[in-house]
Design a protein around this ligand. Sequence first.
Ligand SMILES: CC(C)(COP(=O)(O)OP(=O)(O)OC[C@H]1O[C@@H](n2cnc3c(N)ncnc32)[C@H](O)[C@@H]1OP(=O)(O)O)[C@@H](O)C(=O)NCCC(=O)NCCS
Length: 135
Amino acid sequence: MKRALRDGYELNDDSLRIDREAVHRYSSEESYWAKGRPRAVQDELIENAARVVGLHEGHQVGFSRTLSDGHAQSYLADVYVLDEHRGLGLGVELVRFSVDEGPFVKTKWFLHTADAHDLYRRFGFAEPSDRALER
Ligand SMILES: CC(C)(COP(=O)(O)OP(=O)(O)OC[C@H]1O[C@@H](n2cnc3c(N)ncnc32)[C@H](O)[C@@H]1OP(=O)(O)O)[C@@H](O)C(=O)NCCC(=O)NCCS
């Protein structure tokens, strides 16, 4: 599925449209969570994802990756918008499309973030209860 945004931006979950080199460049060089991630690992993460979303404007300027069992639980990862395209509301639309407009909208969602809590709070994400553990 895809959704056109203003100013020529488009969200698209066709994995064949993902620019893997661009995702690898951002993830391995600029992100704070996957510095140094090898290209082969990044490719495998995309192949094994339940859904990947690209934000395009001619070329790819944003991305998200979702892990899901399809019915009960989903995890949102690798969300980014390239620096020069930030502050235009694209990150909000990327998360909306990834979570609320995808096939896993009814599952329980999880994610980790260093500092973008308020972005995700808009979509109902909140600090977990004391029932949640992580390893
Ligand atoms: C986070 C990110 C995807 C947001 O993209 P964006 O296109 O700039 O976001 P938007 O323009 O849609 O605005 C996001 C909203 O969330 C808010 N926000 C909260 N925490 C934020 C953060 N750490 N970074 C950016 N926005 C944040 C913004 O203030 C904004 O709210 P507003 O509309 O009331 O001003 C982008 O800044 C990014 O790629 N950052 C680096 C990678 C990253 O941290 N990814 C998230 C990993 S969990």
